[in-house]
Write a new protein. Structure first.
Length: 279
C-alpha cells in the first residue's frame, strides 16, 4: 500500500472504525481503485480513492449511494446494504468521507448468466422509480465535462478534441423519459451471492434515459442481456449511449494516470485508439 490515496483511505476507515468500536486490528483492503474498501469484521468502510481527483465533493456521491441503497433495501431489492448501527454516514476522518456497509459474502469472479443480470437490473429500476430524493441530471455528460475541466491540461493537444467530441456525442443522444438509473451498470457492479445477483455502487445514479444503463451493460455483456431485459428496446437505440460510454472511458484513464503514473501509456494508447476508430 505505497499509494498515498490507499494509505489515506485505510487510515480514515480505521479512524471511523475505532470511533464506533469496530474491529480494526486486522483490516482487509478489498479494493483500492475508484474507492478504497476496507473490511472491518462484519462492516466494510468505503472511502473515495481515485474519485477524489475527479469530484470536488465526493461526500455528496457517497451520501447518494447510501440513500439509494437504503431505499432499495427497504423495498427488498438485493443490494449491498448500508449499516444502521453504526450509522452509515458519511462520517469524516482526516478530511475524508467514509461510509459503512454490511459485508456481503459473494463469489468473486463468478460470471452471472445474462438473464439473471438483466432481470435483477430491471428490479432495481422498478424499485427506483418512486425514489423521492433529488438526483443529478446529465449524469455522465456533466461528469465528463468536469473531468476535462479539471484534467484537460494533462491531455495536451487532445483536450480540445475531446471537448468537441463530447459535445458531438451529447448532441446525438436521443430524448427519452428521464428516470432514476443505476448510473454505472457494468458487470463489476453486480456480484453473485447465495441469494442471487446483488447490485452495488449507486453513487453514479442520475435521472436519465433507460438507454444509458442498458447501453453500459450491453456494451460489455452483449446482446443476450438486452434480450432478457423485460422491455422492448431496439439494439440500435443504444448506440448513442454506447458511444458516450466509450468516450467517457478515455479521459477517465488520464485521471487514473494522475494517481498511478505508470498507467499513462495506457491512457495515451486509449486516446489514440478512440480517435483512430473515428476516422
Amino acid at each position: 500500500m505505497t499509494d498515498e490515496h490507499t494509505r489515506a483511505g485505510v487510515a480514515a476507515a480505521l479512524a471511523v472504525g475505532d470511533r464506533y468500536g469496530l474491529p480494526t486490528g486486522r483490516p482487509d483492503v478489498l479494493h483500492f481503485k475508484s474507492n478504497v474498501l476496507v473490511r472491518l469484521g462484519p462492516v466494510v468502510a468505503r472511502v473515495p480513492g481515485t474519485t477524489r481527483l475527479a469530484r470536488s465533493s465526493p461526500e455528496d456521491w457517497l451520501a447518494r449511494d447510501v440513500e439509494l441503497s437504503r431505499h432499495l433495501t427497504e423495498r427488498d431489492v438485493l443490494v449491498v446494504s448500508p449499516t444502521t448501527d453504526p450509522p452509515a454516514g458519511p462520517h469524516f476522518a482526516d478530511g475524508l468521507p467514509v461510509t459503512l456497509w454490511h459485508y456481503t459474502p459473494h463469489e468473486p469472479g463468478h460470471t452471472l448468466p445474462p438473464r439473471e443480470v438483466a432481470l435483477s437490473l430491471a428490479r432495481v429500476h422498478d424499485a427506483l422509480a418512486d425514489y423521492p430524493g433529488e438526483l443529478p441530471e446529465l449524469g455522465p455528460v456533466r461528469e465528463l465535462r468536469t473531468v476535462l475541466d479539471r484534467h484537460g491540461a494533462v491531455m495536451g493537444d487532445a483536450a480540445p478534441r475531446l471537448y468537441d467530441e463530447l459535445e458531438r456525442v451529447a448532441a446525438a443522444l436521443p430524448d427519452g423519459e428521464a428516470r432514476p438509473l443505476h448510473g454505472d451498470a457494468h458487470r463489476g457492479n453486480v456480484v453473485a451471492t447465495a441469494a442471487g445477483p446483488c447490485w452495488l455502487d449507486f453513487e453514479d445514479t442520475w435521472r436519465g434515459p433507460l438507454g444509458w444503463d442498458l447501453g453500459v451493460l450491453c456494451a460489455e455483456a452483449g446482446r443476450a442481456t438486452l434480450d432478457a431485459y423485460p422491455a422492448d428496446v431496439a439494439p440500435s437505440s443504444l448506440e448513442p449511449f454506447i458511444a458516450l460510454r466509450r468516450l467517457f472511458e478515455v479521459p477517465w484513464r488520464f485521471v487514473i494516470a494522475q494517481r498511478f503514473p505508470e498507467r499513462l501509456p495506457e491512457a495515451e494508447a486509449a486516446l489514440e485508439r478512440y480517435f483512430s476508430s473515428r476516422v
